[in-house]
Write a protein that binds this ligand. Structure first.
Ligand SMILES: [Zn+2]
Length: 505
């Protein structure tokens, strides 16, 4: 009797559980497409994205300098997530990685810059402080140079422009003090700038200094770290800020700001010997045979025809490594990789499948001169002419407002972003036009030159740090990571499911 009661109780319980689970399933099936999208959108969590940034910016990955084992480890870590979510590898030989050659230089401890100050019958040394006043040149040769400092303006020798910063000064065996960029700006006078453009590259300036016999350089650049330069085994240099520059001009009867203004106004060189002696000492290790990797994953489209069209979501994975302290690169650009990961998981998981294919592309060697994106554009794994659009992100972790560079170049592309923002996110987004005539500083530039419609996102509105040790996890705003991922997820899903789409028109 007792057993019978228990039996009917169990039958009733099983019935209840079955009915309940069936009704949950039915409810899920009854969700509209819009509700399914919303459900996936809200599965993207700021907490998770913040943890991704924290991981990538941690000491374990050593600042992700392309070519190092630490960079490779960070790429493997991202790839392991892609694999877990069912994102297919699209790199070399069935892997997620696309390899290309890329030399790199390690900056080790024991780097100095000091001024020799004559005092009575001896000479005192005035040491400059790391990072606030100087930061070692990230492709400097190893060694020490002590020499007189010659100011050489923008370091350009441009016969066709009747301009030579090296005319009338002898820099053989000396240290040159040089400005970055060119004496004309790309915004103020685009046509004139185009003539000066070849002289605006760091590589050109360094090589021209070497060609004139200089042994070292104080580069008026921040001081911030930047490995986007050439390497010469005898050339030792450092990036310096205003404290060092002002010291070089002290007692010369010239004011630095006046001299720069005069060059820019007259386009006539103002080179001179500062009469100062400086020592630059760097300890570095050059690796000419470095190998870099782009990381490529694809979510194949669900539509048999539309899957031959592609939308790329990308950003650079690399940063600056150690220079000589750790450069964590939390905002630049672990933030974008975290956001890309959030979008990848959501798109892979969404019950509404993208009809077009979507690629997740994490570049190597952006910091060394947007090399990875150039390599991809020259060796695309999916035809560029079938690539509908490229959503690039660079520095999307600090602040509360969004910038959309090149949105005005591609109004129909921008329309999808705007629509997703108005529907779900409600952030302030500033669209702008990108003339893309200066030297390339974004992966987006490479794709635009190949005719691929591109919008490049960044975030601003709070204190952030660029190419210094303080670009760390403490500056990251978790909420903006979530909003960026939700914004791009919704916009890309919408684009991927249109019947026809052409932003090139
Ligand atoms: Zn950077």
């Amino acid at each position: 009797m007792r057993n019978k009661k228990l039996f009917s109780f169990l039958v009733a319980l099983t019935y209840c559980i079955l009915t309940f689970s069936l009704s949950v399933q039915a409810q899920r099936a009854q969700l509209t497409d819009e509700q399914k999208i919303l459900q996936t959108l809200h599965s993207i969590s700021s907490h998770e994205l913040f943890e991704y940034v924290k991981e990538l910016a941690s000491e374990k990955y050593g600042g992700r300098l392309t070519g190092t084992e630490e960079y490779n480890a960070s790429a493997k870590w991202v790839a392991s997530h892609f694999k877990k979510w069912g994102i297919k590898p699209a790199g070399d030989k069935g892997t997620y990685l696309q390899a290309f050659p890329n030399p790199y230089t390690l900056i080790l401890k024991d780097c100095e810059v000091y001024l020799h100050v004559p005092y009575k019958k001896s000479v005192l040394k005035k040491y400059y402080t790391y990072e606030d006043e100087f930061i070692p040149g990230a492709t400097s040769a190893s060694g020490e140079v002590t020499a007189e400092v010659i100011y050489v303006g923008y370091g350009a020798t441009a016969p066709e422009l009747g301009y030579d910063d090296y005319k009338g000064v002898d820099v053989k065996g000396k240290i040159v003090l040089m400005e970055r960029e060119a004496p004309v700006s790309s915004n103020a006078d685009p046509e004139l700038f185009k003539k000066w453009r070849p002289y605006s590259f760091h590589q050109y300036k360094l090589e021209n200094a070497v060609k004139h016999g200089a042994r070292g350089m104080l580069y008026n650049y921040g001081p911030i770290s930047n490995p986007n330069n050439s390497y010469d085994k005898n050339f030792i240099y450092s990036h310096v800020g205003s404290v060092v520059v002002e010291d070089m001009f002290a007692g010369t009867g010239k004011k630095h700001s006046d001299v720069v203004a005069k060059i820019r106004k007259t386009l006539k060189p103002q080179s001179f010997s500062t009469g100062k002696t400086v020592t630059i000492k760097n300890t570095t290790e050059h690796h000419p045979d470095g190998i870099a990797y782009n990381l490529i994953g694809i979510l194949e489209g669900s539509d048999p025809e539309l899957k031959d069209e592609l939308i790329i979501i990308g950003g650079h994975l690399d940063h600056l490594g150690y220079c000589y302290e750790l450069m964590p690169g939390a905002n630049d650009n672990a933030s974008s990789i975290a956001v890309i990961m959030g979008i990848a998981e959501a798109l892979a998981d969404c019950p509404i499948k993208p009809r077009r294919s979507v690629m997740f592309l994490c570049f190597g060697a952006e910091e060394q001169g947007v090399v990875g994106s150039q390599y991809y554009c020259d060796h695309p794994v999916f035809p560029l002419e079938k690539t509908i659009g490229f959503v690039n992100m660079d520095g999307v972790g600090c602040g509360d407002k969004v910038s959309a560079l090149a949105a005005e170049n591609f109004p129909e592309f921008w329309e999808f972003i705007k629509k997703a923002n108005e529907k779900y996110i409600h952030r302030m987004i500033r669209p702008s036009y990108f003339s893309n005539i200066a030297r390339p500083r974004l992966d987006a530039a490479r794709f635009m030159w190949k005719g691929v419609p591109t919008i490049s996102f960044g975030v601003y509105g709070s204190r952030s740090y660029y190419h210094v040790t303080k670009d760390d996890i403490d500056t990251i705003t978790p909420e903006i990571l979530e909003d960026m991922a939700q914004l791009i997820f919704a916009a890309v899903l919408d684009m991927a499911n249109q019947d026809s789409l052409d932003f090139r028109k």
